[in-house]
Every structure is written in C-alpha cells, then in structure tokens.
Design a binder for this molecule. Structure first.
Ligand code: MN
Length: 197
C-alpha cells in the first residue's frame, strides 16, 4: 500500500464504512487530473476539497465551502490523502465509524495546475510542499482559478481563495443555491434516507 494512504487506512474500517479501500485505487493519471468537492454532514458540516496529485487525492476540509467571490477567504484544513476512488463516493458513513454522516458529490471535474515558479509550471506535489498552489477548476459549479495558500506557521491550515477571473462572481453563492449532487442529482436528505436505517 502506498505510504501516502496509510493514514487513510488507519483511521477507518472500510468493510464497515462502505468507503473505498486504499488498495482499490484506480489508475488515475489521465490527461487531466480530477478534482472533487464532497459535502459531508459529519459532526460538523463541511466540504471536502480534493485534488488528484500523483495517484491519490490531496484533501482539505472547508467548513464554509468554496466561494466564487475573490474577496472571500475560506479556511481549509488539510486532511489525510484519500484514494482516487473516493472521488466517486456518495452515501452514508454509518454511526460509530470515522466521519459518520452523509456524503454528497457536490462538484467535480478536471483541473489544471497553473502554479508557476520562474516562468515554469511547478509540479503540484512540490507546490503543496511549499504551501502555495494555483489551480484552474473545470467543474459543473466551480470554474476558473483558485489559490490554496498555507497559513504561515500552521501545518494544516490553509486558505482557499477564488482568483479574479471569468469564473469569479461575487453575487453567486453556489454552496447555498446549488446544494444537490452533480453525480446523482440527489439532495443530502435523499442520500441520507437511502443510506440509513
Ligand atoms: Mn469530511
């Protein structure tokens, strides 16, 4: 198993939670890497922002969800890498399991790494190591550039900020106006009802 996913495996029993196992990872490495944002109604509702990086999903939990307003900085807590298969996961993690609660695929698509260093694209893994990455999302709800900036002296606290481009719109608020799944069209309640009791 990849060392990057050992934390993922340690935290959960996928035979009970119904989540993808670390071993099941699909190939990835397509022409364009994928991103997914999963709305997760755990002990605290949050949005899990995940980017395919070198065969796994680098992940952040964003309590307020992403904004389309370049004036809004959204706190993003870095969490453990997830297997690529997780991008398709939608359902209910049972009570008593790590992250118990409903998971909905809120947005997904491909992304482009546009982080530059000395006029060249800096590889994503290196950009994340340095605490600064720029990505251009091509999702159904979110489009255009986003900056991920690690807060100084904070290992796991980052800011997710919309870049000021064609995808920016301070009047949109897709987190509240477009709540349903882009994978199934379902609402959180519909997924919860099907996955529960
Ligand atoms: Mn989560």
């Amino acid at each position: 198993m990849s060392g990057r996913l050992s934390e993922y495996s340690k935290r959960r029993d996928v035979s009970r939670s119904g989540e993808p196992s670390a071993e099941s990872s699909k190939a990835g490495g397509g022409e364009h890497p994928v991103f997914v944002i999963q709305k997760h109604d755990a002990s605290n509702l949050h949005y899990d922002f995940r980017l395919e990086v070198d065969g796994a999903l680098a992940s952040w939990a964003v309590p307020k969800g992403p904004s389309t307003d370049p004036g809004e900085k959204r706190l993003a807590i870095r969490t453990e890498d997830h297997p690529l298969d997780y991008a398709d996961f939608e359902g209910v993690i049972p009570e008593g399991e790590y992250g118990a609660g409903t998971v909905l695929v809120w947005d997904r698509g491909s992304y482009e790494n546009i982080t530059e260093k000395d006029g060249e694209i800096r590889p994503m893994a290196e950009a994340l190591e340095k605490g600064h990455a720029l990505v251009r999302l091509d999702g159904e709800k979110l489009r255009g550039g986003y900056a991920l900036q690690r807060i100084d002296d904070a290992d796991d606290q980052w800011l997710l900020i919309k870049m000021d481009d064609d995808g920016a719109d301070a009047r949109r608020n897709p987190v509240s106006t477009e709540p349903d799944s882009v994978a199934s069209g379902k609402s959180m309640d519909e997924i919860a009802d099907e996955g529960g009791e």
